[in-house]
Design a protein around this ligand. Structure first.
Ligand code: GLC
Length: 546
């Protein structure tokens, strides 16, 4: 295997499969492995390099599968291990790599270990796998401290002892059904090394690491100064007691050894909401993780200044540790970009509650999302595409309240609707049962008109978002990937223009008025109609041969 093929991930485009909403093969209203296998040719033809599949483990799905009851199996709703193996073989046969999602910060309360912890009582080795503490105040009736769950409400829950009396409290950064592991416990560390090997041995090519900045905690830390900041947000204090603690890096050095013991080596991608970029780079040192989602880019406003700052910061900071930048606009936790870019305020806050409010102009958002796709795919490094992004799906903002499933809805006291609006099952066909998602309806209701955004409607339509993504992903392969980005000094301040090597340039007009294009030989690809060969309309991007 050549070095280039070992380093496939450095400029890979990785497609995120939210399996529950991708394609339903067995007609139960939820996506599954069978549905995904049937659509692998679609993904190959799209032109991506790899898939990242959101958690498919047995789970009560209180947090969409991020509440894992068994890390070495597959939920029967999604399939079984034999089907997973077939999926891996088929994907590899089509030249696609497959990453899974590992959730090391917590388990589900349905996990065998947690059940054992409850049954065994205070001071037991079973409890020592999680974070149990006595409460404060008379009879321990108050939580051990004021820390809050990022989904809202306290981060502590009191248990009832086997004899029926109120007992200790356990810590959960997320939902009450997601107790945090105690990573000081060597048994927890050993268990996860074993889980990694289990899936690597099955043929999985790598992992996206959920809440990679969690795990290590200072449980003696002080009460926190909360404001009403967003969910998944962390109060910006140095030395946060449960996020981005230095001790986490030692864990990743151990994980890296496991990844490197395979040939070809396996890959890790960090989901780490840490700032500034220098803190993120620490996760990507040589002997730790390979890459990380660029949430700074995802949160940036649709302005030349904000994006350029984010691009420059990412490229230069990550270069200091030899890691490539990555670019991401959407995932299963944030508002779809067509909607976000269609608002007056286009920057997003952090995480689940960071959604801007206000009117949405979907046509404007779509035009910008098209330009943003060409910008993202021309930048050096890797990129992520969240399922449905290639169809230009908007956020579904009006899901009926009774259909909402995200725990954020309940835990925020019905003030935040949560993340279901970007998780609505995909439309594959213009009409028919759940627009081709499956034969048994869809677990979240699809809006009227969803079929107009379907793969069937977009296929072969030169002006569709799907055609743009297909063209861009194909043409991207000819951008000299080793060439760094060199800014072209643009004539207008709302323009981003850069070259990659001598022959290729990308120009994006983020302003309100058309601008002159730099000298070029040919327009290779444009995100929207051009009024002439030399002028670039507002909210439009082009790839040029120069
Ligand atoms: C990550 C996941 C999110 C989940 C949370 C808790 O942020 O992306 O969906 O709710 O972790 O596991």
């Amino acid at each position: 295997m050549t070095q280039a093929s070992r380093d496939w991930w450095r400029d890979a485009v990785i497609y995120q499969v939210y399996i529950r909403s991708f394609a339903d093969g067995n007609g139960d209203g939820e996506g599954d492995i069978a549905g995904l296998r049937a659509r692998l040719p679609y993904l190959r033809d799209l032109g991506i390099d790899a898939l990242w599949i959101n958690p498919w483990y047995p789970s009560p799905l209180n947090d969409g599968g991020y509440d894992v009851a068994d890390f070495r199996d597959i939920d029967p709703r999604f399939g079984d291990l034999a089907q997973a193996k077939e999926l891996l073989d088929e994907a590899h046969g089509l030249g696609l790599k497959v990453l899974l999602d590992i959730v090391p910060n917590h388990s589900s309360w349905d996990h065998q270990w947690f059940k054992e912890a409850l049954a065994a009582g205070p001071g037991s080795p079973e409890r020592a796998r999680y974070i149990f503490r006595d409460g404060r105040g008379p009879d321990g009736a108050l939580p051990p401290n004021n820390w809050r769950s990022v989904f809202g409400g306290p981060a502590w829950e009191r248990v009832t002892d086997p004899d029926g009396t109120p007992g200790q409290w356990y810590f959960h950064i997320f939902d009450v059904s997601q107790p945090d592991f105690d990573w000081e416990n060597p048994e927890v560390r050993a268990e996860f090394l074993d889980i990694l090997r289990f899936w690597f041995d099955l043929g999985v090519d790598g992992f996206r690491i959920d809440v990679a900045h969690g795990m290590v905690k200072n449980m003696n830390g002080p009460d926190l100064p909360y404001d009403e900041s967003g969910l998944l947000d962390r109060p910006s204090i140095a030395d946060h007691p449960f996020f981005d603690r230095d001790g986490v890096h030692e864990i990743y050095r151990g994980w890296r050894e496991v990844a490197d013991s395979y040939d070809p080596p396996k890959l890790y991608v960090a989901e780490a909401w840490v700032e500034p970029a220098e803190r993120l780079a620490r996760y990507l040192r040589d002997d730790e993780l390979h890459s990380a989602f660029n949430f700074d880019y995802l949160k940036s406003a649709w302005t030349a200044a904000d994006l350029r700052r984010s691009i420059d910061d990412s490229v230069s900071t990550l270069a200091s540790v030899g890691a490539p930048a990555t670019w991401v606009l959407e995932n299963h936790d944030v508002e779809r970009v067509v909607t976000r870019y269609g608002r007056e305020v286009t920057a997003s806050g952090t995480g689940h509650a960071g959604k801007a409010k206000g009117e949405v102009d979907v046509e404007l958002g779509t035009r910008r999302a098209r330009a943003a796709a060409l910008l993202m795919l021309a930048l050096p490094g890797g990129a992520y595409v969240y399922q449905g992004q290639e169809l230009g799906l908007p956020e579904v903002l009006d899901l009926p309240e009774e259909s909402l499933q995200d725990p954020v809805w309940e835990r925020s006291g019905h003030t935040e609707r949560g993340r279901d609006g970007c998780r609505v099952p995909l439309p594959w066909a213009t009409s028919g049962s759940s627009y081709g998602f499956g034969s048994g309806g869809s677990w979240l209701p699809q809006p009227d008109g969803w079929g107009e955004l379907s793969v069937e409607a977009a296929d072969g339509e030169p002006a569709s978002m799907l055609s743009l993504y297909r063209d861009a992903l194909r043409l991207r392969r000819s951008i000299p990937s080793v060439e760094p980005l060199a800014w072209i000094d643009a004539t207008a301040e709302d323009v981003l223009a850069f070259q990659r090597g001598r022959g290729f340039a990308c120009v994006v007009n983020l302003g309100a008025a058309p601008v002159e294009l730099p000298a070029h030989r040919e327009v290779i690809l444009a995100s929207g109609p051009l009024d002439s060969d030399s002028r670039l309309p507002a909210d439009t991007a082009v790839w040029l041969a120069v």
